[in-house]
Design a protein around this ligand. Sequence first.
Ligand code: ATP
Ligand code: MG
Length: 418
Amino acid sequence: MELTRLRGFRDLIGADARAMSLVEERARALAAGYSMKEVRIPVLERTQLYQRSTGETSDIVEKQMYTFVDRDEGETVVALRPEGTPGVVRAYIEAGLDRADPEQRLFYSGPMFRRERPQKGRYRQFYQFGVEVFGRPDAACDAELLIMIDELCRDLKVPFSMEINSIGDQKCRPAFREALVQWGRAHWGELCDDCHNRIDRNPLRLLDCKIDAKLTESAPKSLDYLCGECRAHFDTVKELLIAANVQFIVNPRMVRGLDYYTRTAFEVMAGGLGAQSTVVAGGRYDGLVETMGGAAVAGIGFAIGIDRMALALQAAGLAPSAAPDAAIIAMGPAATRHAIVVARNLREANLNVEMLSPERKMKTLLARASKIGARAAVIIGDDEIARGVVQVRDLKHSTQREVAVAEAARAIAATGKE
Ligand code: ATP
Ligand code: MG
C-alpha cells in the first residue's frame, strides 16, 4: 500500500479506540463532579501563542511544533496545538473572564501534535484531557486537583503513583536557579551537550535531563530554597492530601521547566508502560495569565495523557470488551421480521445485540457469532415464531435452551458463566 499513515500517527480501531474513549468518558464524568465547565478551543493557533507561553526554551517550541505559514491569512505563522494550556489561557483572556469573572474551573479534551521520536506511549498525534483552574491561589485548590487525579486512577483501577514537589515562586526561585547554575558549572565536564545549553537558558531543566539523571542526584533541591510562604503553601497541600487519604511521594527533583510555573508541580506514573510511564502531569502557573496579557490571576492545571492511560488499562487487562451479549440468528424472511423486533426489545433491556445477516447458513452464522465474541446466539425460525419462543444458545458451553420470548433477556444474561 502506498498511501500509508504518517510515522507517529495512529489508527485506533475497535478495542484500542474503546480504551481511549473509556478514559475520556470517566474523566468527563469526574470533571462534572468537580463543578468544571468544558472549553473547546481551536486545534490551530498562532505559533507565537506557544512561543510566548510554552516558552522558547522548551522542547516543544524548540523542536516539536508542526508549524507553517497560512497563506490565506496574511502569511500568519500558525501551529497545530502541542498542548492545551496556552489556548485555554488565551480563550479565557479573550472572553474577558480574567476581569469579569476570574474564578473559572475549565476542562478540555482533544488531540495534540508534537514532532517527537515515535515510540511506545509517545506519538506525534496524541490526546489529552486537561483541567485549568483560574483565580484560585490557595493550596486547597492544588489538593482538590490532586484528589481528582487520584480518584480517576482509582476509578480506572490502574496501578499508579503520585509525585509532588514545589519549585517556589518569583521570590524564592531566583536563588534556587542560581544554585543550579553554580552546580552545573561545577559539573560542566560531566554534563551532556543539551545540559550545557540549559545552564544559561533554562537551568531548571537540568533536572529534567534523561541522560544526566544519575548526576542530578547531587544537584540542589528546590525544597531547600522555598520562602516561608511557598513552604506554608506546600505544607498545606500535603496536609490536605493526607486528610483526604491520597498517597503521594515528595520528589524533590521534579520540575516544570518554564518560568511561569510556580509552587506545586506533580506527575502521576502508571504501571505497565515501560519508559513512557507518566500519565498525568501538571502544576501551578500563577504568572501565566499576566504574561499572556491578562490580569494577574492565579492558575493551576494538569493534563492526562489519554493514550498512555489507555495503554495502562490494557496492560492491566482492565479494558472492557466490546463484544456483544448476543448474536441474533433468523432463519428466513418471516423470522427476520420477528427477530428484528426481538433484537430491539433486548437492546431496550440494555443488552448489546448484533443481528447477523439472515442470508447465510446456520453453521456459518454460529461460527460468526463465536468469532465476534458473543456469549449467546438467539436462534429464531418459523417454528419458534409459531410457538412464541426463541432458542438461546450458550456459545461458551455449547448448550441450548428454549425460552419464551419474554424470558430471552434473562436467559442471555445467564450464559457464558464459569
Ligand atoms: P514527557 O516527559 O513524557 O515527554 P511531557 O512533559 O512532554 O512528557 P506534558 O507536556 O506535561 O508531557 O503532557 C502531559 C501528559 O501528556 C504526559 O504526561 C503524557 O502522558 C502525555 N503526553 C505528552 N506527550 C505525549 C506524546 N508525544 N505521546 C503521547 N502522550 C504524550
Ligand atoms: Mg515531552
